[in-house]
Structure formats: C-alpha cells, structure tokens
Write a protein that binds this ligand. Structure first.
Ligand code: 5GP
Ligand code: MN
Ligand code: MN
Length: 322
C-alpha cells in the first residue's frame, strides 16, 4: 500500500504529466481528467495524455477535449493511471525526459513498473483511488469533479452491478451525488448510447456466436466494421452481454483492428478467472473482466486463446478468495 507515498509524490511535484491506457474506457478517462483537475486545483501544472482515440460517449466527460496523445517536454513527475503494464500507455510517455513514474492502478495483474507503485485491487475503479487522493490532498469535491469521478466508478462497476460493490462504494457514490454528480445522466451517457451502426454490428457478431465447453465467443472482423462505417474506438460491451448466457462460464470477443492486431475482450462468471488467461497472452485485467492485444491474424490467434479459455472454464479458480 503506497497511498501515502503517492500523496507525497503528488504534493511535491510542480509539473506533472498524467497518462492512461490505450483503448480507453470510462475509468481511464475519468481517473485521467479527475487527477489532472485535482492537481490544477492545487496550483500545479498538469497535462492529461491518452495515446488513442476516445469512443464518442467518453467525449461527453468534462475536459475530455484537453487530452493530448503524446507528452513532450520535461516534467518532474509522470503518473500512470488504470494501466497494468507500460505497453498499455502506448507512446504517451515515449518522448518525455527522465522523471519518476507514479503508477496508480487497481488491476491485480499490474506489473509494478513505476518508481512508486500504488496498486489496490480492492478498489472498484482507479477513479475511486483518485477520489481517495482528493480527500488525502484536501481538495474538496464540486459538481464537476464529482461527475468526472462518478463516471469511472460507474464504468468499471457496470452501473454499480458488479460483485465488488460494497456499502463503502455506495457511500462514496452518495457523496459524489451530494456534491452534484447526476447518477441518471451518467448512466444514460455511459450505458444507453449506441449508434445504429453499432447495433447492427452487434447483430452481425451475435449471428456468428458459438458455445463450446462453457465458452461463449464470437468475432468482429475489420470488414464487418468497415462495411458499417465503424472505427475501432467503438467498445460494444459485447462480451458483457455474452456472459449473461446461462450455459456459459466464460465469454470472449475477438475484434480485428485496422492494423490487423486482434483485441480480445474476456469475461468470467464468479469463480472463474480470465485475468490469468489474459496475462498469459501479454494482457491483463481483473478475474471477471480482462483483455489482451495480440498480433493477428484472427485464424491464428483464436485457437490457442480459445483452448486456454476452455481450460479456465473447466477448472474454475483454485483460489476461492479472489
Ligand atoms: P474490456 O474487455 O472491457 O475491454 O476490458 C476488461 C478489462 O481488461 C479492463 O480492466 C481492461 O483494463 C483490461 N484489458 C483489456 N484489454 C487489455 C490489454 O490489452 N492489456 C491489458 N493489460 N489489460 C487489458
Ligand atoms: Mn480501464
Ligand atoms: Mn479500471
């Protein structure tokens, strides 16, 4: 636990570059903008970076337009948020000079790549850890900061529906709402907005769905996306839908990117662990939700990953505590 070290490093820093992971989700953007705002409120220079496109729904988070892709110049502190390994930052920090790196994350698979590491898998979201930091640093919540942070907590808990949501998390949500964040507005923005093209892609992917040995899976090809005019920054949450199949213990969606690489999104029912499978293929995540990015082509990457997923669906998890 380096929460105190994280607070000290941030308190000492004057000029901070903050970055989050590629293929950003709500928690990535929420924690990124949230920490940037907190540091600015303390009178520091802070710049947010994410080396990827933002999905349209995340552009609605206040200050999202201030995010740049690659940091240039010199900073006295670099902060990585919600990224379990340095490759997840893309090139965000590839062009900055030497500076200590503070790694703040909640993934159990975090490799501890920072100078200071504060990794807490008990946190439901990195945005929750940023909320704790706001308290530790004495930055009061206002409506904007509360909305930014609630977006991340909602994103990673699927709207407060995951098994790790405790009374403490709900008390934090109440605080954020009392500070002015709108739960219904954020739920609407984060979960109830898809383009017609995305719905059609969903339909095409579902048409090809398969169930084998407890693993439900499907594929989104580059051609399917391009025919429908969809870029790759369109997280469909299809894997979260697939795991609702009664007969499935594990779900996976293989999405072919424009560069030919394949993104694998995995989900597991309680008692099963996809983080271990993702880690084995160079990715990471949480036992119930994980992913990896592997070189293509599809037909070569699917068989080994599928057989690892089938093994995970057979064995369940040996450690019942996680
Ligand atoms: P999703 O399936 O929603 O894209 O991702 C689920 C979880 O897996 C998230 O916690 C995300 O951070 C993690 N994840 C997804 N893709 C990757 C990846 O390529 N590398 C790593 N390290 N984690 C990933
Ligand atoms: Mn994330
Ligand atoms: Mn997260």
């Amino acid at each position: 636990m380096s929460r105190e070290q994280a607070r000290q490093a941030l308190e000492r820093a004057r000029r901070v570059a903050v970055a989050t992971h590629i293929t950003p989700d709500a928690d990535a953007i929420s924690s990124l903008i949230g920490l940037t705002q907190i540091l600015r409120r303390l009178g520091k220079e802070a710049e947010p970076f994410c080396d990827d496109e933002l999905p349209p729904r995340l552009r609605a988070i206040p200050h999202a337009e201030e995010i740049s892709r690659v940091a240039h110049g010199s900073f006295d502190l670099l902060v990585s948020l919600d990224a379990s390994d340095p490759a997840r930052l893309g090139r965000a920090f590839a062009e900055v000079g030497e500076a200590p790196l503070l790694n703040i994350d909640h993934h159990i698979t975090n490799t501890g790549f920072g100078t200071v590491n504060w990794v807490d898998p008990s946190a439901v979201a990195t945005a929750e850890m940023v909320l704790w930091l706001a308290d530790d640093l004495g930055v009061p919540l206002d409506r904007e900061l509360a909305s930014i942070l609630l977006a991340g907590i909602l994103g990673d808990t699927m709207g407060l529906r995951t098994p790790n949501v405790t009374p403490q998390v709900l008390r934090e949500v109440i605080r954020l709402m009392e500070a002015g964040a709108s739960l219904p507005t954020l739920v609407d923005v984060l979960f109830n907005r898809r383009s017609f093209a995305a719905i059609r892609l969903f339909g095409q992917a579902l048409a090809g769905v398969r169930l084998e040995d407890g693993v439900i899976w499907t594929v989104v090809t580059r051609e399917m996306r391009q025919t429908l005019g969809l870029g790759q920054a369109n997280d469909l949450s299809l894997s979260s839908f697939l795991i609702s199949a009664e007969e499935a213990r594990i779900a996976a969606v293989f999405t072919e990117r424009d560069d030919g690489k394949v993104e694998v999104s995995m989900r597991a029912r309680p008692g099963y662990d996809v983080a271990r499978v993702a880690l084995a293929f160079g990715g990471g995540g949480h036992p119930p939700a994980a992913g990896c990015l592997v070189p293509g082509p599809l037909e070569e990457v699917i068989p080994p990953i599928l057989s690892a997923l089938k093994a995970a669906a057979r064995d369940g998890r040996t450690d019942p505590s996680g």
